[in-house]
Design a protein around this ligand. Structure first.
Ligand code: AMP
Ligand code: ZN
Length: 143
C-alpha cells in the first residue's frame, strides 16, 4: 500500500521517533505547530480512527497517554496539551493513516481550545439535545 505512515512504520521513510511499543509508533510532525508536536499512529494501517476496533483504539490511546506524560515531563515550559485526530477530509485529515496529534501547550502561546476548531451556530435547546442523546443511545444500550 502506498501509505506514507506505513512507510515510516516499516523504516522505508525516516522519522524523529518519540516512542514505540508493540502496537504504536510516535514521531515528531515534520511541519510542527508547536515544539514537540507529536503524532501517535497505530503500526497496523487504519484509514481513520473510526475504522479501528475498540481494542486497537484502546492500544493507540495507551500510547497517547504515555507520550503525553513524556512530553509534559521532559519538555521545558510545557504546561498543557491539546490532543486530537482530524478524521476524514471533512475534518481536515490529509494523511489517510489515522494519527493522533499531540500539541504541547504553554501559557500565552496564542493557540485556541478545541472549541475554536468547530463552533457552528447550532441549537442549544435541551429538548433538541435530548433527542440527539436518545438517538445515539438507542441502539447501543449496553455500551
Ligand atoms: P492531518 O492533517 O491530521 O492528516 O495531518 C497530517 C500531518 O502529517 C501533518 O501535520 C503533516 O505535517 C504530517 N506529516 C506528513 N508527512 C510526514 C512525515 N513524513 N513525517 C512526519 N510528519 C508528517
Ligand atoms: Zn498506512
Amino acid at each position: 500500500m502506498d501509505c506514507i505512515f506505513c512507510k515510516i512504520v516499516s523504516g522505508e521513510i525516516p522519522c524523529f521517533k518519540v516512542y514505540e511499543d508493540e502496537n504504536a509508533l510516535a514521531f515528531l510532525d515534520v511541519a510542527p505547530c508547536a515544539d514537540g508536536h507529536t503524532m501517535v499512529i497505530p503500526k497496523k494501517h487504519a484509514g481513520a480512527f473510526v475504522e479501528m476496533t475498540p481494542e486497537e483504539a484502546g492500544n493507540l490511546f495507551e500510547a497517547v497517554n504515555k507520550v503525553s506524560v513524556r512530553l509534559m515531563d521532559k519538555l521545558e515550559n510545557v504546561t498543557g496539551l491539546t490532543i486530537g485526530a482530524n478524521t476524514y477530509a471533512s475534518a481536515g485529515q490529509t494523511v489517510m493513516h489515522t494519527h493522533i496529534h499531540i500539541f504541547p501547550r504553554c501559557e500565552g502561546d496564542g493557540g485556541g481550545t478545541t472549541h475554536s476548531i468547530v463552533n457552528s451556530a447550532v441549537s442549544k435547546d435541551p429538548e433538541y439535545l435530548k433527542k440527539i442523546s436518545e438517538l445515539l443511545t438507542s441502539e447501543n444500550e449496553n455500551v
